[in-house]
Design a protein around this ligand. Structure first.
Ligand SMILES: O=C(O)CCC(=O)C(=O)O
Ligand SMILES: [Fe+2]
Length: 223
């Protein structure tokens, strides 16, 4: 789809809102630079090990709290034992602006205080199976930002990982927020369109996705 044709914001399901082209190119560049720094440490980006052996095809680095299947911890005991980078205040503000844009609810936006983000990097072969984000002890919305290659994002239902689902495309700069009745919707990334990115974001290849969440765990860890 041409970047010149503005795509309208769409409610895909109650509480699940897609805002195409929400991030400008400068913001995307800044996020790419920040994620690149986080990818190097204190906990380097890695393929997350799964409990039954095997690894995820996506590579992930976390900030604020470290996620591994299926919990959040302060230290990355499955990687190098170190504490992850802090969740910066500028990202809290970005999350609030995202919630305001998606729901138009000033009170909900002001109250939104994400304390962790999972930063996923997809090469052309990476996929993410259908899952729910349910390791958080808070039902506050998940804010998702995409940069780089366009992907197919599958938005399912809250009951099963199978149909009915809706496939949408998440392109560079797109915002997707899922909260309220869609907070525990199954979702996944069945395909990444390799080479579809505009290198002007600073990401020559691949797809970056940032999901901010509220863990509901005690003890904020910010800068
Ligand atoms: O890459 C995406 O768009 C989704 C990522 C996701 O669902 C997750 O990290 O839990
Ligand atoms: Fe998810």
């Amino acid at each position: 789809m041409s970047a010149l044709i503005p795509r309208p914001a769409m409610e895909i399901a109650p509480g699940a809102v897609h805002v195409p082209g929400w991030l400008g190119l400068d913001q995307q560049r800044e996020l790419v630079a920040a994620c690149r720094a986080w990818a190097t440490g204190p906990v380097p980006i890695r393929h997350t090990a799964l409990p039954r052996g095997g690894v995820m095809s996506v590579r992930t680095v976390c900030i604020g709290w470290h996620w591994r299947p299926y919990r959040y911890t302060r230290t990355a005991d499955d990687v190098n034992g170190r504490r992850v980078a802090a969740f910066p205040d500028w990202m809290v503000r970005l999350g609030r602006r995202a919630v305001l844009r998606a729901y138009g609810d000033e009170a909900a936006a002001a109250a939104y205080t994400p304390d962790t983000a999972l930063i996923n990097f997809y090469d052309g072969r990476a996929r993410l199976g259908m899952h729910q984000d349910k390791d958080e002890k808070s039902s506050d919305p998940v804010v998702s930002l995409s940069i780089g290659d366009t992907c197919v994002f599958r938005v399912g239902n809250t009951e099963t990982r199978t149909k009915p689902y809706t496939d949408i495309e998440l392109a560079s700069g797109d915002l997707f927020v899922f909260g309220g009745p869609s907070r525990y919707v199954y979702h996944g990334v069945p395909k990444v369109h390799e080479g579809s990115a505009d290198p002007a974001t600073g990401l020559r290849t691949g797809r970056l996705n940032i999901t901010m969440r509220v863990t509901g765990l005690q003890g904020r860890y910010t800068e």
